[in-house]
Write a protein that binds this ligand. Structure first.
Ligand SMILES: [Zn+2]
Length: 184
């Protein structure tokens, strides 16, 4: 959290709330602490985190303090450097990358986090490598997918990040990001 904070250049966070949520693994309640950050370009952001004292499951979420209404954020990665845009992905948001056939939908135990576009690609890359090394997926498909993801990671081909958030509490921090209303 500290390095993210430094990178974004936010002011001192302020603890504003403490509450409990169910652990999706073992049931007992997790004590969650929520902090308010003031981020340049984006404004007030709420970051919540907690760890289950029984199984160690980590709960986290991040969202804009002032919801923007259901919206879709479209961001094109066209040249090296574009992948460094910061993404605030709330637990309610889904991410699609049509060119790569990627769709990340929020599950029951979805976490919200702050990352970069590159961070999203690297995350998918790791999961794909893991899946492929387990031998469950056909080898030729795996190799093709990994090659596509390597190209995306190195920005050799343009691609589009589509972030859909019915709560309007997610953001991509770039003047290039386009915003559309989301029709549910
Ligand atoms: Zn637990």
């Amino acid at each position: 959290m500290e390095s993210d904070n430094d990178r974004i250049g936010s002011k001192e966070p302020m603890k504003i709330l403490e509450y409990s949520v169910e652990c999706p693994v073992c049931g007992p309640k997790i004590l969650v602490e929520e902090y308010l950050y003031e981020m340049p370009l984006v404004g007030k952001v709420l970051i919540a985190s907690g760890t289950c004292s029984v199984c160690g499951y980590k709960f986290s979420d991040v969202r804009l303090a002032e919801p923007k209404g259901p919206r879709r954020i479209i961001y094109r990665v066209e040249k090296p450097g574009d992948e460094n845009a910061i993404v605030i992905r709330a637990s309610t948001a889904s991410i699609k990358i049509p060119e790569l056939g990627i769709e990340i939908t929020p599950g029951i135990a979805a976490r919200g986090y702050i990352t970069t576009v590159e961070g999203i690609i690297l995350d998918v890359f790791e999961k794909t490598e893991f899946l492929c090394s387990s031998g469950d997926a056909p080898r030729d498909k795996c190799l093709e997918k990994i090659r596509e993801l390597e190209e995306a990671r190195d920005v050799k081909k343009p691609y589009t990040i589509v972030l859909e958030d019915p709560d309007g509490v997610s953001a991509i921090l770039s003047p290039k990001a386009r915003i559309e209303p989301l029709n549910k």
